[in-house]
Design a protein around this ligand. Structure first.
Ligand code: E9O
Length: 599
């Protein structure tokens, strides 16, 4: 079954169910009153006290209640609506949730319609038979943020009987476990015979592009009307079969925005199947790894960019169009040509913008914090594979996505990691043979010798996190030059694969200054970056093929004695104001962009 992003067309209407919903956290002692008392069988407001909760948003920072902020267990949402569609016999209505963290159960008018495990990825169900056309409908969603050794990311619930609230969640990833309905809830229609999925891969020879497409359908007809349109809406190629190759004369390639004056060129693959019409944006480009280099359209590509989070004041991980538009503008202001979706898949609205603007994306799974052998069991593996399947099904057609990252900083040194990750890599490659696959190597494992790493042999590109003069040799800026060079060289000698420094950085509290520069000041962050640039400039482009800073913006974490209202390694504050280092990075990235040459 496909999971095409709902795009409005003549045959598809979308109705957004966002807004203010009713909300109730199940604070009962055993945390299961909601299921025992069947809260889904009637309006939530009739089961007890409800509060207002915006959708989409994390619920954690919406109220003044610390018990809700740190709540672990089931929270319940509901809202009512009238059916906005004229229900004909040839129409199907789908209910789709684009992300709810972590486990979800969904009811329509008291009937269970779907369940889903995992945040960050969409799930949907055909609700045509359950929706009322002439009276009020009610959608109820229960979401549980509890993590376990077999969830992705993994975590563990801890119990301490001395505490008034004995349950706490422990996890080994460095961001707050925001939860709730994080992205859109939509109803959309399609005809009963419909386009279920489209898979597109592209390449080109000289000036001719090739778009290989495969359309899967639900229906009896075996023909479709497939057209490729350029940005003037002219048909450049067409076909009548469900799969084939479209040839594009004088192709306009999809380029990263630093490499072209027409970056992110998108064609539209318009598929008409019976009554159904779906329009898929298509960028013609190739991605390839050869030796120590990464190529886009056969030109060496140097990643100069950032790592991000979906994170902001009040809304937590809730989708926010003003925020993501601002972030894209800030990336361009910086001159960044790329980012990694640390540490989970981002909203499709963000990827749409990256496709359009030519911003290159390393797409990461939620496999973060896999640092114990009991997080690498067969059950965990099966779920990790399921998540890779859902991620690739969702993002396989995106030109901006050039590489999959299966995990961030797992314990890649223990023997269990070998077979676990071998299976994850093999499976990921079986789903998509057109993109390189990587995992991000832990910053804490520097002491470990590249020769003994259990997972590095599987990667196409080595992504290395390194925290010289921060976690290692704290405060000693002069350690960066010798230590970082040595570290990169050791990996280069062992593997002769492309290397990206996928994280480096320093915490800096906005407004803190000192000279000589001390840790946590803006001055220290600036000097730390400058020392890194010296090493990068010696190593690029032959040994080093990219540099991604940690992090684009300050972000919320769990409370810890090493965190000051979250992680302060942002080059922007959480409110997206530049720290001193942002200007230093901008100067570098604009220069690097100019070097990569606009064609
Ligand atoms: C992952 C990222 O999510 N990499 C971390 C980032 C950080 O700022 C985190 O936010 O902490 C760095 C991992 C480095 C671990 C070194 C631990 C050494 C302890 C002494």
């Amino acid at each position: 079954k496909g999971m095409l992003y709902p795009r409005p067309s003549e045959s598809r209407t979308i109705f957004e169910l966002g807004g203010v919903w009713n909300f109730r956290a199940d604070m009962s002692a055993n945390r299961s009153a909601g299921f025992e008392e069947k809260w889904y069988s009637k309006p939530l407001a009739m089961t007890g006290l409800v509060i207002d909760m915006p959708v989409p948003a994390s619920f954690n920072d919406i109220t003044q209640d610390e018990n809700l902020r740190s709540f672990i267990g089931w929270v319940w949402y509901d809202r009512e609506f009238y059916c906005p569609f004229y229900l004909k016999s040839d129409i199907q209505v789908v209910l789709r949730i684009e992300s709810a963290h972590y486990n979800s159960v969904v009811w329509l008018n008291g009937q269970e319609v779907m369940t889903h495990a995992g945040g960050h990825l969409p799930f949907e169900a055909d609700v045509t038979k359950l929706i009322y056309s002439s009276k009020k409908n009610r959608v109820t969603v229960a979401v549980n943020n509890t993590l376990s050794p077999t969830t992705l990311p993994p975590g563990e619930v801890q119990y301490d009987p001395d505490l008034p609230n004995p349950w706490t969640l422990s996890h080994q990833f460095d961001f707050f476990n925001y939860a709730g309905i994080h992205r859109g809830v939509k109803l959309y229609t399609k005809p009963v015979s419909f386009i279920d999925d489209i898979t597109v891969t592209t390449d080109f020879t000289e000036t001719t592009g090739h778009v290989m497409y495969n359309v899967t359908i639900v229906g009896t007809s075996t023909t479709a009307d497939v057209k490729l349109l350029d940005q003037n809406n002219s048909v450049v190629a067409s076909n009548k079969s469900l799969s084939g190759i479209l040839t594009v004369p004088k192709v306009q390639l999809w380029w990263p925005y630093t490499m072209s004056s027409k970056p992110g060129y998108l064609y539209t693959l318009q598929v008409t199947y019976g009554e159904d019409i779906y329009r898929l944006p298509v960028g013609v480009r190739t991605v390839k790894v050869d030796g120590t280099k990464f190529y886009i359209n056969n030109k060496p590509f140097y990643f100069h960019g950032v790592n991000k989070h979906e994170d902001a004041d009040i809304r937590g991980k809730g989708l926010d169009m003003p925020l993501i538009t601002k972030d894209i503008n800030l990336l361009k202001w910086l001159g960044a040509n790329s980012f990694r979706t640390s540490h989970y898949p981002y909203a499709e609205e963000i990827l749409d913008m990256c496709d359009q603007h030519g911003i290159v994306v390393i797409s990461e799974s939620p496999g973060v914090g896999i640092v114990q052998a009991n997080f690498m069991t067969n059950k965990s593996l099966a779920h990790h594979q399921e998540v890779m399947f859902e991620l690739i099904r969702r993002d396989k057609n995106r030109p901006s996505v050039v590489m999959w990252s299966v995990a961030n900083e797992p314990d890649s040194g223990i023997p269990e990691a070998h077979s676990y990750f071998k299976s994850v890599f093999d499976y990921t490659r079986s789903l998509d043979s057109t993109r390189p696959v990587t995992f991000v190597h832990g910053g804490s494992s520097e002491a470990r010798d590249p020769q003994h790493d259990q997972v590095a042999p599987f990667v196409d590109v080595l992504c290395l996190n390194n925290y010289q003069a921060w976690y290692s040799n704290s405060g000693i800026l002069s350690s960066i030059s010798p230590k970082l060079s040595k570290y990169i060289s050791a990996w280069n000698q062992q593997y002769k694969k492309p290397i990206i420094i996928s994280e480096y950085g320093a915490g800096a509290v906005y407004g803190f200054h000192s000279d000589p520069p001390l840790m946590f000041t803006e001055d220290y962050q600036v000097q730390l970056f400058k020392e890194h640039f010296k090493v990068f400039d010696k190593m690029r482009p032959d040994v080093l093929t990219g540099e991604l800073v940690w992090n684009f913006a300050d972000f919320m974490t769990q409370q810890e004695n090493t965190r000051v209202l979250g992680n302060r390694k942002g080059i922007f504050t959480r409110q997206r104001q530049p720290k001193a280092v942002a200007y230093v990075l901008q100067e570098r990235y604009v220069q690097l962009g100019a070097l990569s040459g606009v064609t």
